[in-house]
Design a protein around this ligand. Structure first.
Ligand code: GLA
Length: 377
C-alpha cells in the first residue's frame, strides 16, 4: 500500500522463504532446498536529491533519518539501526550511497521462521543500489545475499548460514533452489506438485532464546568437524559420509555425535529429495520430509513441543504426503505437502489437535514458489 499521493521511482521486493529440506545444513557446507515465497518485503525508493537516507514503514508511525557519513552512530537507534548497518556494508563493498527516501512494506509474518529478516535485508540492499543509479540488469544477486548475511551476523548477532538471504535474492517462480552452500551456487529444480500444494503452518508461539540455541548448534557441529579433521582432509561436515562418521565418532561425546549424525543423513535426504522432485515421485518426497523432522527432533533437538505436535498432526491427515519443521526451529513453522482438495480438512484437523494440545492457535498459508527479487520502475 502506498502512502497517498507519494510517487517513488522504484519498487523492489525480496522474498521470504520456506526450506523444503536440508535443515541446519547450510553452515555445514552442504546442499539445501529452499523455495522463495510470494510473501515478501517491498521497498518503494526514490533518490531525494539530498544526502540523507530517510526511512518509513507502512505499518509503523515512525520516520528515521540516517546520515551516510555517521553510519557508525546508529547502533542503538530503534528501527533504523539495521538499515544503517546494511547501508554501511553496502558502502564498504565499494558501492556509492546516495540520499534517498524508502518506504518499506512487509508481508512476511515476523517470527514465523520464514525469513522476514532476509527479505528486508536483501530488498534494502537492492533499493540502495537502485537509488544510486546502478543498473538493475547488473544486480549481483550472490553479492547481495552475502552482504545481507554479513548484516545478519554483525547486527542481529546470529551466526547464520547463507540459505535465507540467498533464497530471498535468487528464488525463481515455480522452482526450488538446490543450493550448494559451500560453493554459494545453485541449480533450479522445477517444483511440479500436480494436485498437491505446499501449506505452511505457523505455530504462533513467541520464540525465545532462538539465537543462543542456534549458535550452540553451530558450535556443536564445528566441534564435530574439528574431531573429524584429525582423521580426514575435509573442510565441511557435509563432506563426510555416514560410514566415515560411524568409523571415527565412537568415542565422541554423545551430543556431538547425534548432531553430526543428523547433518550427514540430512545431506543424503536432500539429494534424494531433489531426485524425487525431478522424477515426480511426491510420495517419496513426502517420506523424506517426515524423516527430516524425526531427525531434527531426535538427533538435532531443535523442534520443541509445538512443532512436534504440528508435524504429527499433519502427518496423520489423509491427503498429506509429508510434514516437517522448517527454518531454524524452536518455534516458527512447519511445511507440509497436501492434496489441494484436502487443504480445508487439513487446516481444520491440524488446528483442532494443535490447540487442544498446546493452547495456541496456528495460522496457515498455502504458498507458491515465486521469484526472489522483483523490480519495477
Ligand atoms: C536459520 C538460518 C539459516 C539456516 C536455518 C536452518 O533460518 O538463518 O541460515 O541455518 O536456520 O536450516
Amino acid at each position: 500500500m502506498l502512502f497517498q499521493g507519494e510517487v517513488y521511482e522504484w519498487r523492489v521486493s525480496a522474498a521470504g522463504r520456506v526450506n523444503l529440506i536440508g535443515e541446519h545444513i547450510d553452515y555445514c557446507g552442504g546442499k539445501v532446498l529452499p523455495v522463495a515465497l510470494s510473501l515478501c518485503n517491498t521497498i518503494y525508493v526514490r533518490p531525494n536529491g539530498g544526502d540523507k537516507i530517510r526511512l518509513r514503514w507502512t505499518d509503523l508511525p515512525h520516520q528515521v533519518e540516517l546520515d551516510p557519513d555517521r553510519l557508525d552512530e546508529y547502533e542503538n537507534l530503534p528501527y533504523g539501526n539495521y538499515y544503517a548497518g546494511r547501508a554501511k556494508m553496502f558502502r564498504q563493498a565499494g558501492h556509492r550511497l546516495v540520499g534517498c527516501d524508502m518506504l518499506s512494506d512487509c508481508t512476511v509474518p515476523f517470527g514465523a521462521g520464514l525469513s522476514s529478516s532476509a527479505a528486508i535485508e536483501v530488498s534494502t540492499l537492492a533499493a540502495l543500489s537502485l537509488a544510486a543509479g546502478e543498473d538493475p540488469a547488473g544486480l549481483d544477486r550472490k553479492e547481495l545475499a552475502l552482504l545481507a548475511q554479513r548484516a545478519e551476523r554483525e547486527y542481529a548477532h546470529v551466526n547464520c548460514g547463507i540459505m535465507d538471504q540467498y533464497a530471498a535474492a535468487n528464488g525463481k517462480k515455480d522452482h526450488a533452489l538446490l543450493l550448494d552452500c559451500a560453493a554459494v551456487a545453485h541449480t533450479d529444480v522445477p517444483l511440479i506438485l500436480g494436485e498437491y500444494t505446499l501449506v505452511i503452518t505457523n505455530c504462533n508461539k513467541p520464540h525465545r532464546l532462538v539465537e543462543s540455541k542456534y549458535n550452540e548448534r553451530r558450535a556443536e557441529t564445528d566441534e564435530a568437524l574439528r574431531l573429524l579433521q584429525q582423521h580426514l582432509p575435509v573442510e565441511h561436515l557435509a563432506q563426510v559420509s555416514p560410514e566415515q562418521l560411524e568409523q571415527y565418532s565412537a568415542a565422541w561425546p554423545e551430543v556431538i555425535r547425534r548432531r553430526a549424525r543428523h547433518v550427514v543423513a540430512e545431506c543424503g535426504r536432500v539429494e534424494q529429495a531433489a531426485a524425487a522432485l525431478h522424477g515426480g515421485d511426491l510420495a517419496q518426497f513426502g517420506r523424506l520430509l517426515n524423516a527430516s523432522h524425526r531427525s531434527l527432533r531426535e538427533l538435532y533437538e531443535v523442534t520443541g513441543k509445538e512443532l512436534d505436535v504440528l508435524a504429527d498432526a499433519a502427518q496423520a491427515v489423509d491427503g498429506c504426503l509429508g510434514s516437517r519443521m522448517t527454518g531454524g526451529g524452536f518455534g516458527g513453522s512447519t511445511v507440509s505437502l497436501v492434496r489441494q482438495d484436502r487443504v480445508a480438512a487439513f487446516e481444520q484437523q491440524v488446528a483442532a489437535r494443535y490447540t487442544e494440545q498446546t493452547g495456541y492457535t496456528p495460522s496457515f498459508y498455502t504458498v507458491q514458489a515465486s521469484d526472489g527479487i522483483c523490480i519495477e520502475r
